[in-house]
Design a binder for this molecule. Structure first.
Ligand SMILES: [Zn+2]
Length: 230
């Protein structure tokens, strides 16, 4: 009897552990309420926005592509605010270059698993999800309109070092001036910088949108289906 009870108890415990592991593998459960997602492709709103989608190439911290398509999306109000930021920067002689926008949750999980413990502040915990997963975060830099060249910032994009901090005081005066100019243009349109990364900005409404795991290829088709159903 006693052995049977122990066997039963250990199977029960094993089941609890297994279900929590399975649960941890999917996006976190959220209650909302949320706005209806409305991801729009940035270049469809503003053709002048330049793309350099590093995660669609091997030129990223993983050294391999994680996106099959080099595209960038944000929720509509964030995308419209970004277009306004681009217009204001262009008046100053610079244009936005986008490295990443909306990011499916499964990609956040890949980043987390590939990052060593001491660098985890540079990646979002998949158990919490990322503001990129909500379509409300964007990674970007600027290029000079005259030369067409991407400007030099105090650190490289996705560099996991103190040089990436928005308050880093090293590097050249010009690099810091441009970093701060980008920040001012973004803040004027409702974006807040993530302090350890000068290139990462969160749109003010991020809490209004759920964590999504839709692939880029599915975004247009899901929109069509939603519209047809109404
Ligand atoms: Zn980011």
């Amino acid at each position: 009897m006693r052995t049977n009870a122990l066997t039963l108890l250990s199977s029960f415990l094993a089941l609890i552990v297994l279900s929590s592991v399975l649960h941890a593998q999917g996006p976190p459960k959220e209650t909302g309420p949320f706005r209806e997602p409305d991801l729009v492709e940035l270049i469809k709103l503003d053709k002048k926005i330049r793309l350099d989608i590093r995660y669609a190439s091997a030129n990223n911290f993983l050294g391999r592509p994680v996106y099959t398509e080099a595209r960038a999306f944000l929720q509509r109000p964030a995308a419209e605010a970004l277009v306004r930021a681009n217009k204001s920067l262009r008046k100053q002689g610079f244009g936005l270059v986008i490295h990443d926008g909306y990011r499916p949750w499964s990609v956040t999980k890949v980043f987390w698993d590939a990052t060593p413990e001491d660098k985890k502040q540079f990646v979002a915990d998949p158990a919490q999800g990322s503001k990129h997963n909500r379509g409300c975060a964007v990674d970007l830099s600027i290029f000079n309109l005259k030369s067409g060249k991407v400007v030099e910032m105090p650190s490289a994009y996705d560099e996991m070092s103190e040089r990436s901090h928005i308050n880093y005081t090293g590097g050249t005066d010009e690099a810091r001036r441009l970093r701060d100019m980008l920040r001012a243009a973004m803040e004027a349109e409702g974006f807040a910088v993530y302090e350890p990364e000068w290139w990462h900005y969160d749109y003010k409404d991020w809490k209004e949108y759920p964590i999504l795991n839709t692939s880029f290829a599915e975004i247009g088709t899901a929109g069509k289906k939603t519209k047809l159903a109404r």
